[in-house]
Design a protein around this ligand. Structure first.
Ligand SMILES: [Zn+2]
Length: 263
């Protein structure tokens, strides 16, 4: 229903003995800067939705399921908690452009079924297992087993370990693989080298009495940056602001300023 050969609005319908929806995302900035949603279909036919992770291109359209239908959705606890923050934020940004409102958002949070990595769940005759995708907190690859045939839907994946995650874990044979390929034709530089470069630039600037400003995505990247800095340098004061320090309204990273004593 979206995201084939494009980035954004991931949504796939899979028919086994049940109708399963794998991800339900939005493209916040599509063509001409306009938001793009998944293709239209009868949402009432969905028996269960399974959300791979909380990024809006995979979960941003979830509240729309609750405009008419009362289906349940499956995801890990971090996916639920991060959706709560990110959906609220995207509704603030997009407001009236969205076809759903606060009541549908609240309903979506309520109709969640928690999933634990690798523990099987059953929807009709389809067995579902989620595996750590190594991408962001709670991110999962979705394995579906139906009548002896195995399908793996990767969602977004990360193979190598980072300062936040261990890299994906999966070692099963599958019959069909749906795999994301955003960076499949690009070589990334070694993480170690990039870290070293960043730390050198930070130390050069702070060594001259300067202040380093690091703009960053709130989810995952901000926390990883703090960890990278702390792994190399225990002394440089780090201040975090914005959505990146939020967890259900609570700041998760705080440090007292050595100079003025403020948080
Ligand atoms: Zn993602």
């Amino acid at each position: 229903m979206g995201a084939s050969q494009e980035v954004g609005r991931s949504a796939f319908l899979l028919n086994t003995d049940k109708t399963l929806l794998l991800d339900y995302g939005i493209k916040i900035f599509g063509k001409n800067g306009e938001a793009e949603f998944p293709l239209d279909f009868n949402e009432k036919t969905v028996d269960a939705a399974i959300i791979s992770h909380a990024h809006m291109d995979h979960s941003g359209f979830l509240p729309n399921l609750y405009t008419f239908s009362k289906t349940r959705w499956i995801g890990t606890p971090p996916t639920h908690d991060l959706c709560e923050i990110l959906l609220a934020d995207s509704m603030k940004i997009m407001g009236e452009k969205l076809p759903f409102d606060q009541s549908h958002y609240k309903k979506a949070l309520k109709y969640w079924i928690p999933a634990v990595y690798e523990r099987p769940m059953q929807v009709g005759k389809t067995e579902i297992r989620l595996f750590d995708a190594g991408h962001i907190a709670g991110s999962a690859m979705i394995e579906l087993d139906y009548e002896g045939r195995k399908i793996l839907y990767s969602g977004d994946i990360k193979l190598d370990p980072t300062r936040m995650h261990d890299g994906l874990k999966y070692d099963e044979e599958v019959d069909v693989l749906f795999i994301e390929s955003t960076y499949s034709n690009r070589e990334h530089p070694e993480r170690k080298e990039i870290e070293q470069q960043l730390i050198e630039e930070i130390e050069e600037t702070t060594g001259e009495g300067g202040t380093v400003l690091l703009p960053s995505f709130a989810l995952g990247r901000t926390q990883e940056l703090v960890r990278v800095i702390r792994a190399h340098n225990k002394d440089v004061p780090v201040f975090v602001d914005g959505m990146g320090k939020q967890r259900k309204g609570q700041p998760i990273i705080q440090q007292v300023c050595k100079r003025c004593g403020s948080h």
